[in-house]
Design a protein around this ligand. Structure first.
Ligand code: DXP
Ligand SMILES: NCC(=O)COP(=O)(O)O
Length: 252
């Protein structure tokens, strides 16, 4: 059952990708964050990867110091990142898997692999006042595992859904959307706050936004790409409209 306003977290990682291509200060991801907030973003997401391929430590420090909306600090489950995040104390911290050789995030966290390290990271971040979320696959059993680890929030990985959409695999899209729907319903039923993200566009966001248990979508690469052609405020406005249309039940 669709419900409530769906928050939009704008991920500005790939402004830093363009900036780092030349090694100078332009374009500034923090300036993009301010623009995104002025354009209606409910929060800013930034992923400080271990290899610093895009967002750098100084970007995260400036975001934490400057932006007027919640900062969602995406990070790997490492001592280094826990130390940085507990020092900066962002509004939120989202634990994501990282592999150096990956082009982009390829899936959700394996909650069975290092439960003690996960539990310790969740506690340290929560003790620092961060709202902790786990970036995970849309499986009901994973919701139970996240709950057992003490995470209040999960963000469902929509990357497979996005890939199936690009491939025009209608049966696959329907199946993956159902997987997302079931996981969101179960997660909400056991008390988790449900988010989703990765690979979302104005074309594919509708069926995800229409899943009423989601309270936040985190979207970046597509918006930064669209900004090249029409500007970031326009890209965010179009995404907001697509999300609101889906929530109003006019498309799903
Ligand atoms: C976890 C997630 O889906 C995003 O943060 C995504 O990782 C964007 O960053 P990359 O494009 O570097 O993967
Ligand atoms: N966690 C998802 C995110 O922050 C943005 O992912 P994408 O839209 O850049 O694929």
């Amino acid at each position: 059952m669709a419900s409530g306003r769906l928050r939009l977290g704008v991920n500005i990682d790939h402004v830093a990708t363009v900036r780092n291509a030349r090694g100078g200060p332009h374009p500034d991801p923090v300036r993009a964050a301010h623009l995104a907030i002025e354009a209606g973003a409910d929060g800013i997401t930034a992923h400080l990867r271990e290899d610093r391929r895009h967002i750098r430590d100084t970007d995260m420090e400036r975001l934490r110091a400057e932006i007027a909306r919640p900062l969602n600090f995406e990070m790997a489950v490492t001592d280094e990142m826990v130390t940085i995040a507990t020092r900066l104390r962002p509004h939120a911290a989202c634990l994501v898997p990282e592999k150096r050789e990956e082009r982009t995030t390829e899936g959700g966290l394996d909650l069975d692999a290092r439960p003690d390290a996960l539990r310790d990271a969740i506690k340290a971040l929560a003790d620092a006042g961060c709202r902790v979320s786990l970036f995970v696959e849309p499986e009901e059993r994973v919701m139970d595992a996240a709950r057992a680890l003490g995470a209040p929030v999960v963000e469902l990985h929509t990357g497979r859904y996005a890939e199936l959409w690009l491939a025009g695999d209608d049966a696959g899209i329907a199946s993956e959307r159902e997987r997302l729907r079931r996981a969101a319903a179960h997660g909400a039923a056991i008390g988790l706050e449900m988010h989703a993200g990765h690979g979302l566009t104005t074309e594919n966001v509708g069926p995800v936004a229409a899943i009423g248990e989601f309270v936040e979508l985190n979207i970046g690469h597509y918006l930064i790409g669209e900004a090249i052609f029409g500007g970031l405020p326009e890209a965010i406005g179009a995404m907001r409209a697509a999300m609101d249309e889906a929530r109003s039940g006019q498309s799903a």
